[in-house]
Each structure stands twice: as C-alpha cells, then as structure tokens.
Ligand binder design. Structure first.
Ligand SMILES: Nc1ncnc2c1ncn2[C@@H]1O[C@H](COP(=O)(O)OP(=O)(O)O)[C@@H](O)[C@H]1O
Ligand SMILES: [Mg+2]
Length: 220
C-alpha cells in the first residue's frame, strides 16, 4: 500500500519546479501540486544513505549533468543575499571568504539540488536507488560546489546532530575540498540559523555558530 506525503509550505511551488527538473527515477514518485501551496508525493520506503560517494555520483549523473544550457551564475546576487542574512543573524562575513565566493573557480551545472544533505536523500529498501527530496535555492550560486558544500555539512557532523543521520566512518567527498567549499559551507551555516530557531533547535544553532566562527578563522 502506498502512503502519500503532503508538504505545504511557502516554498512548495519552487520545490515542485525544482524536483520536476530531476529525472523521474530520482525524484519522489507521483509528484503533484494539488493546491498552490502544497505538493504531494508517495512515501518512499527506505532510509537515509550512509555513504557520500553514491549520492555524489547520482547527483553528478542526474542533477548537475549539463542540460541544454547551464543555470546562470550571479555571484554578486548570492553575496548580497548572504550579507543580508548574516547581518540579521549578527554574524560578520570575513572579507576573504567573500573574495573566495566572488573569484574562485566553480563548476557550472545544469541544475543544483540546493539542500543536498544526506537527510534529503532516501535510499529505497531492497535496491540502491536514491531519491532526492526537499530541494533548496541557489540564490545565484548554481554551481556544483554549492551542493558539495552541503555534503560537507553532513560530513561536518551537522546532520548527525540535527536528524541522527549517520555517515560511515572514513567517508569523504570524492573531490578535492577547496577554499570555495569551506566558504560555501560557511554560508550554509548562516542560512540555516533562522530555520533552526523556528524549529526550536537551540543545539543545532549553537553547533552552527561554533562552526561559523571556526570556518571563519580559516579566512582570517
Ligand atoms: N517521499 C518520502 N519518502 C520517505 N521519507 C520522506 C519522504 N519525504 C520526506 N521524508 C522524510 O521526512 C523528512 C523531512 O522531510 P523534508 O521534505 O526533507 O522536509 P524538511 O527537511 O523541510 O522537514 C525527511 O528527512 C525524510 O526522512
Ligand atoms: Mg529536509
């Protein structure tokens, strides 16, 4: 018997459009938008993956793979957005970190997931098929490193604290981690502060603020 998940949120139209851009085999089955603010899909029986490489491979094959044309990059738009959030959160963005986002080499992609943590991936029971849920926004930074920095956030221990998501010992990103990954991870932590407060996850907020200060030091 199949169970339908209904997700109603402000972001539902974006989530629907973003998931519809994924190949059918990696998006939740029976994806639909019965009302303007709700999306529905079938519950996938499975668990969150504990390995990074298969998730990276599936994203590389099916999300980042070039479409007709890559998504546009607007680094200044992303910086303006992150500056705004940092200001509200009382965190200051190190200037060398902004410089990394402004200048470092990034990989153009056809599409980004936008919130590629392991708790937004489900591995179907009985098969190794991966289903991607809960996409986020690129805010102009539609590059592979934005998603890789989210995988780094999982490896950083955040998902274990937030959702009890385990990662196998010795797991790491299948690509070299560069300065831009740390810079983008820093922005992910700023971006999730408000979300953690709204979920009353003081523990996660404390974790994120500690990592903001530690990662910020890499750019001092
Ligand atoms: N189609 C699905 N199949 C199985 N589990 C799901 C499905 N959609 C969501 N979940 C579970 O619910 C959790 C929260 O859903 P999600 O859409 O990621 O919302 P949010 O992270 O905004 O709370 C996921 O981490 C996952 O464990
Ligand atoms: Mg989620």
């Amino acid at each position: 018997m199949s169970i339908t998940v209904t997700k109603c949120c402000e972001d539902a139209p974006h989530q629907f459009t973003s998931l519809m851009r994924l190949p059918e085999e990696i998006r939740p089955p029976k994806l639909a938008m019965p009302t303007e603010s709700c999306l529905t899909y079938e519950l996938v029986h499975g668990s969150h993956p504990t390995r990074i490489a298969p998730v990276w491979d599936a994203a590389n094959r099916s999300i980042w793979a070039w479409a007709d044309k890559p998504e546009e990059i607007d680094r200044e738009k992303y910086l303006r957005y992150v500056y705004g959030v940092s200001k509200t959160e009382g965190v200051s963005m190190p200037s060398r970190l902004a410089e990394s986002i402004r200048q470092d080499l990034v990989t153009l992609v056809g599409h980004v997931h936008g919130d590629l943590t392991l708790h937004n991936v489900i591995e179907r029971s009985g098969s190794q098929q991966l289903i991607f849920i809960d996409p986020g926004h690129a805010h102009g930074m539609a590059c592979r490193e934005l998603d890789e920095a989210k995988l780094l956030q999982t490896l950083d221990g955040f998902c274990l604290l937030y959702r009890g998501c385990r990662v196998d010992p010795g797991e790491r990103l299948p690509v070299a981690v560069r300065r831009i990954h740390w810079a983008l991870l820093w922005t992910h932590y700023v971006r999730l502060l408000r979300h953690m407060r709204s979920r009353k996850r003081k523990d996660c907020e404390i974790f994120a603020r500690r990592r903001l200060s530690e990662i910020g030091e890499l750019f001092a």
